[in-house]
Design a protein around this ligand. Structure first.
Ligand code: PLP
Length: 401
């Protein structure tokens, strides 16, 4: 008898499990709108040309495979903080940002969670309802208490701004408020610039600490600067804040696990101390991070021509998603005779559309139409082609009625 008899079967991951079910389906029209990964119009995975180019340069140069320092590649850490805040931001000039390379967005969030658990015992993290499914796992496993603030209003398929503000106000002083920097996952609904200001007001009032998750910088609007506006607005107020970054989507480096955690402090001295503790947390977890993705980012950002190529490809990817968003909306309007208002689809931004389909309706999408998606009604538009928009519109209309 196994010593592991007491270990029960874990449930499949609600997001990554969708891809496994998709693979097992043999239907010709099957469509995987589950995982948030960019696909070409031919629905194939995409490696950016600028990435291939810089990888061949790296191979030619014969870079070695020595360990990185615990905090990661220095050139990457510099580049990533500058991309986020802008190179001339006072927080950078005054060396008030503690940046260390993390294992992509997830690993960077996990490090921040470990920092909170160790140095802010009992402090709560407020997360949006709904949010990316893994946020809850990350804080649970780090033993950081969390609760939800209202975010999505099913009546308007829009932002429940009043609910959000009052829940942030009602939270204990000094809570961490997890915010999606842009392209909120799963809803695709972002606050307006005026709403961001009000959110910053209450956070400041309540002495909360903003904690940004930036997984889509440049991928939402096509512009790195526009997508970082929320974070920069908070930094400009002189607030201390945490920002996790990921290069999975905007540079297509999903499997390279490249990202960072940044902690903006009110003094350079505090930043130095925070950085030393982040390293101390990282060392027993994974010792030091992988080098390949870090070199890709640093080399691209460090070379003006390559940097411009990246921006052009990012705009192309964001543009393709906007095109399928428009085509899906048009198809729904033409085909649907019920008079339902579909304009929420166009108001959403980024890789996802939150359709408002219930669990039962989402099941119908999969069981009858072979459209794979998460059961919260989220579809990844990055996995959709122009050619498949009409088929998807038929599936959505059928599932709603
Ligand atoms: N945060 C959000 C909101 C995300 O949507 C994702 C990816 O889907 C991540 C973080 C982290 O992704 P990764 O760990 O691949 O960088």
């Amino acid at each position: 008898v196994s010593r592991f008899e007491g270990i029960t079967m874990a449930p499949p991951d609600p997001i990554l499990g969708v891809s496994e079910a998709f693979k097992a389906d043999t239907h010709g029209n099957k469509l995987n709108l589950g995982v948030g990964a960019y696909r070409t119009e031919e629905l194939q995975p995409y490696v950016l040309d600028v990435v291939k180019k810089v990888e061949s340069l790296m191979l030619e140069r014969g870079d070695n495979k020595e360990y990185l320092p615990i905090e990661g590649l220095a050139a990457f850490n510099k580049a990533t903080a500058e991309l986020l805040f802008g190179a001339n931001n006072p927080v950078i000039k005054q060396q008030r940002v503690a940046t260390i390379q993390g294992l992509s967005g997830t690993g960077s969030l996990r490090l921040a969670a470990a920092l909170i658990e160790r140095y802010f015992p009992g402090a709560k993290v407020l997360i949006s309802s709904p949010t990316w499914g893994n946020h809850k796992n990350i804080f649970n496993d780090a033993r950081v208490p969390w609760s939800e603030y209202r975010y999505y209003d099913p009546k308007t398929v829009g932002l429940d701004f009043e609910g959000m503000i009052s829940d942030i106000k009602a939270a204990p002083e000094g809570s961490f408020v997890l915010l999606h920097g842009c392209a909120h996952n799963p809803t695709g609904i972002d606050p307006t610039p005026e709403q961001w200001e009000k959110i910053a007001d209450v956070i400041q009032e309540k002495n909360h600490i903003p904690f940004f998750d930036v997984a889509y910088q440049g991928f939402a609007s096509g512009s790195l600067d526009a997508d970082a506006a929320s974070v920069r607005l908070f930094a400009a107020r002189g607030l201390e804040l945490l920002v996790a970054q990921s290069y999975s989507k905007n540079l297509g480096l999903y499997a390279e696990r490249i990202g960072a955690i940044n902690v903006v402090c009110t003094s350079a001295d505090a930043a130095t101390r925070v950085k030393s503790q982040l390293k101390r947390l990282a060392r027993p977890m994974y010792s030091n991070p992988p080098v390949h993705g870090a070199r890709i980012v640093a080399n691209i950002v460090g070379d003006p021509a390559l940097f411009n190529e990246w921006k052009a490809e990012m705009e192309m990817m964001a543009g393709r998603i906007k095109n399928v968003r428009q085509k899906l909306y048009d198809s729904l309007c033409v085909k649907d005779k019920s008079g339902k208002d579909w304009s929420f689809i166009l108001k959403q931004i980024g890789m996802f559309s939150f359709t408002g389909l219930s669990k039962v309706q989402s099941d119908n999408m999969t069981d009858k139409w072979h459209v794979y998606m998460t059961k919260d009604g989220r579809i990844s538009l990055a996995g959709l082609s122009l050619a498949k928009c009409e088929y998807l519109a038929d599936a959505i209309i059928d599932s709603f009625h």
